[in-house]
Ligand binder design. Structure first.
Ligand code: GAP
Length: 509
């Protein structure tokens, strides 16, 4: 996988992601999506929305406001429990999430396991059995046991709110400040992650509000409105995409952990007692959604939570292999009836459903799927970016985006800027743009234009040359194989459809 710094610089150079307010030296952990980035982000959002809302007759979408009544966050538990354990290094004055320091320590041990696996794979060649090696190699087994016992203790200490033990763990593991190498730590303290703001003009009457830290609560408070007006029968889901805000202590790793980010969430309302089966089903459905993009099964894994959030009776992450290791991409949570019951209590309004099959009223249970759009963007972008050495020894930068997500699907290039070739190329753009995001480019030699489109992730280039004027054919170049083929202009729509139609991708789920 490409070096992380290269990923960040490529994102900027090719108009995907810019640091926010860069002319003022930027704002920590806040980013702007540029002309190509916004298209990639929209395509990811659409891919999610179609798979969730369009393809499920029992899932509908909403778009709730970011501002919500402040009692929402009392009821949801965020005022009291949406905290991260933080620790300061007294010498460097840097602040860290205590749990992340420990997890990073474990990630380093994991890298050692990977090295042992790679060495053994080379030594044993074809006959190498990774599963058996992981289960039997004494060194690897020792490493894994160490990771398991550290994470178990961390989980238990956090669960019990035993912050002194989290500090003890950091000291026992001899974890140093990544900046300064110092081991001079403060105690671990809890820090609430919500951003506060005010609603209203005058200082006395202004109401204290929070910027929502998750989109989910907009769904819970609208549960009954949607159920009644949509005449929804349980089981059913409500989906939403939108901004969320968290005052992250350690906001680093580019768009992986931001202070303003976008979530794609779905709450699935079910009868009490059925949560286990729905939880397992949604875990698998969501993993299949990721796998349908073709970024390699080996790059995903489940991580079941030891420490459960205040609202969950089971939770798992779908982790992706980012350039800095396996990290959470999506969370699947069995949220019980915690949120609806709590909103009932705080609002004094009934949030119940009459189930005609059970002939009873109940507060539904909820299984939630929640994926970060920016994090999904980073997963796709970092996986796709690669440096390839070609047969002639030269190299090319390739952004091998799943073609359904690419910002531009087709670039149409006249071989030269004269003889009527630009006119024909523009006619082709005009005929294809109804179906696909299409670009026109006439600058530079055609080879350089191909390289630029490769770096932008454009799956197809169509080159218009003098022969095109005579026989109405063009060259269709495939980004990944670089194969070029002569195709009739009239056949372009069907040829492109084979690869680009979202239907073919979603059918793999
Ligand atoms: N409603 C449940 C919820 O918010 P979460 O695990 O805290 O659960 C869900 O967040 C997803 O949102 C994560 O898996 C991640 O993809 C994304 N996410 C969370 N915090 C983020 C941040 N600071 N920056 C970018 N994405 C974030």
């Amino acid at each position: 996988m490409t070096d992380f710094k290269k990923i960040i610089s490529h994102a900027k150079e090719y108009g995907f992601v810019f640091p926010s307010s860069e002319i003022y030296d930027g704002l920590s952990a806040v980013y702007d999506y540029a002309q190509n980035g916004v298209a990639l982000k929209k395509n990811i959002r659409d891919y999610w929305w179609k798979s969730m809302v369009q393809l499920h007759s029992n899932i509908v979408g909403i778009d709730a406001a970011i501002f919500m009544h402040p009692t929402t966050w009392k009821a949801s538990g965020h005022v009291d429990a949406f905290n991260d354990p933080l620790i300061d290094n007294k010498d460097s004055k840097k602040r860290y999430r205590a749990d992340v320091l420990v997890e990073d320590y474990c990630a380093k041990i994991e890298t050692k396991i990977e090295k042992e696996v790679n060495k053994a794979a080379k030594r044993f060649g074809e006959s190498f059995d990774k599963t058996q090696f992981l289960a039997t190699n004494p060194r690897v087994v020792g490493y894994q046991e160490k990771i398991d016992s550290i994470l178990k203790r961390l989980g238990q200490s956090l669960e019990k709110e035993d912050l002194a033990d989290v500090k003890n763990l950091i000291e026992e593991l001899d974890i140093a400040c990544p900046e300064s190498g110092s081991r001079n730590w403060t105690d671990v303290k809890q820090f609430n992650l919500m951003f506060g703001t005010k609603l209203g003009a005058s200082a006395d009457s202004a109401m204290d509000l929070y910027l929502r830290p998750e989109t989910a609560q907009g769904i819970f408070v609208n549960f009954l409105n949607v159920q009644k007006t949509g005449r929804m029968k349980i089981p059913f889901g409500i989906a939403q995409t939108g901004k969320a805000f968290r005052n992250e202590i350690v906001a680093r790793q580019f768009i992986f952990r931001m202070r303003e980010f976008e979530q794609m969430e779905m709450q699935f309302f079910i009868p009490p007692g059925t949560q286990k089966e729905w939880y397992e089903q949604w875990k698998q459905t969501r993993l299949n959604w990721h796998l349908s993009l073709g970024m390699g099964e080996e790059n995903y894994r489940f991580h079941d939570h030891e420490k459960l959030a205040h609202y969950a009776d089971a939770a798992a992450d779908i982790e992706f292999k980012f350039p800095f290791g396996f990290k959470e991409l999506e969370g699947i949570h069995s949220r019980t009836d915690f949120d609806l019951s709590s909103h009932e209590e705080f609002s004094g309004k009934k949030l119940q459903y009459f189930d005609p099959e059970r002939n009873e009223n109940y507060v539904p249970y909820v299984v939630e799927t929640s994926v970060g759009l920016d994090r999904m963007f980073l997963a796709v972008f970092s996986w796709a970016l690669r440096e390839e050495t070609l047969e002639d020894g030269s190299s090319r930068t390739l952004l091998k985006l799943p073609s359904v997500l690419a910002p531009t699907k087709v670039a149409v290039l006249p071989l030269v800027k004269k003889d009527g070739l630009p006119e024909l190329a523009n006619e082709i753009v005009d005929s294809l743009k109804w179906e696909h995001a299409t670009a026109y480019d006439e600058k530079d030699a055609v080879g350089r234009r191909y390289r630029r489109q490769d770096a932008l992730g454009t799956p197809f280039c169509i080159t218009v040359d003098h022969q095109s004027l005579e026989d109405k054919t063009v060259t269709l170049r495939d980004r990944d194989s670089m194969q070029q083929e002569r195709v009739a202009i009239a056949d372009l729509p069907s040829r492109l459809d084979e690869q680009l139609n979202i239907k073919h991708w979603l059918q793999k789920i």
